[in-house]
Design a protein around this ligand. Structure first.
Ligand code: ZN
Length: 240
């Protein structure tokens, strides 16, 4: 009986989260504490645990170093290090595996503030989330990178495009692969349906976690088929 009631409660909670897309949940998914009226989706304590100005600067430098000599980018940025027991790791896990897409939106807003503090968004024309294969999107219900992109774009009214760059081939999970295998696994899996649409534009490519950078590199290589395109990268966390 108790299990049955819990299942019903869980169903109702899911329904409330989905209803209208962005209904405020009452509980912070990071710490399970009740949210205050002025808090969106994640409590202020959990949000402030995610990053600081100095962590943002340090981790963003790491992203730039990762792609130096490998991919021409205008800038790279990240909120935090993806470490054991870190707030960001917990939140990304909830974002990907517990159906809480609004976590992506909140963290995206956080990333937007940090990027904005450094005037990084001033000449971004469009934000493109790393695409997910349609079958995987159907299984998860959403692409978490799209919600991060939405959080970044909304405050500055930058358009998010998740239609033109698509993931045409399914790749295996990258988790147990080494750097070389990861690169091979995601080679030629992305497809740009219109190579003129972003001509001369500055694109911000957005992902959740950066490990070896193989996925984002493959995405960017496809985007670079567009004439005179400029690319920057923003991610929630970097594995160090
Ligand atoms: Zn919290």
């Amino acid at each position: 009986m108790k299990i049955y009631i819990m299942q019903i409660i869980s169903k109702i909670k899911d329904y409330l989260y989905d209803f209208g897309g962005l209904i405020y949940p009452k509980i912070c998914p990071g710490c399970n504490m009740a949210l205050r009226r002025d808090e969106d989706f994640i409590c202020n304590n959990c949000l402030s645990d995610v990053t600081t100005d100095s962590i943002f600067a340090l981790v963003s430098k790491q992203v730039n170093t990762m792609f130096a000599g490998r991919l021409p980018i205008r800038f790279g940025a990240a909120l935090a290090k993806y470490e054991k027991d870190s707030a960001i790791k917990e939140l990304i896990h909830e974002l990907k595996y517990s159906g809480h897409k609004e976590i992506g939106y909140s963290l995206g807003k956080n990333l937007c503030e940090k990027l904005n503090d450094h005037n990084k968004l001033d000449d971004i024309d469009v934000i493109i989330p790393v695409p997910m294969h349609p079958a995987k999107k159907l299984q998860r219900g959403y692409n978490q990178s799209f919600w991060i992109a939405k959080g970044i774009g909304e405050g500055k009214e930058i358009n998010v495009n998740d239609e033109t760059l698509i993931k045409a081939k399914k790749s295996e999970s990258q988790t147990k692969k080494n750097q070389k295998e990861r690169k091979q696994n995601v080679k030629n899996v992305f497809y740009l349906t219109d190579i003129e649409l972003f001509r001369g534009k500055h694109i911000l490519v957005v992902d959740d976690v950066l490990t070896t950078g193989a996925t984002i590199e493959s995405c960017c290589n496809e985007l670079r088929k567009t004439p005179q395109v400029q690319i920057s990268i923003a991610t929630l966390a970097v594995v160090s």
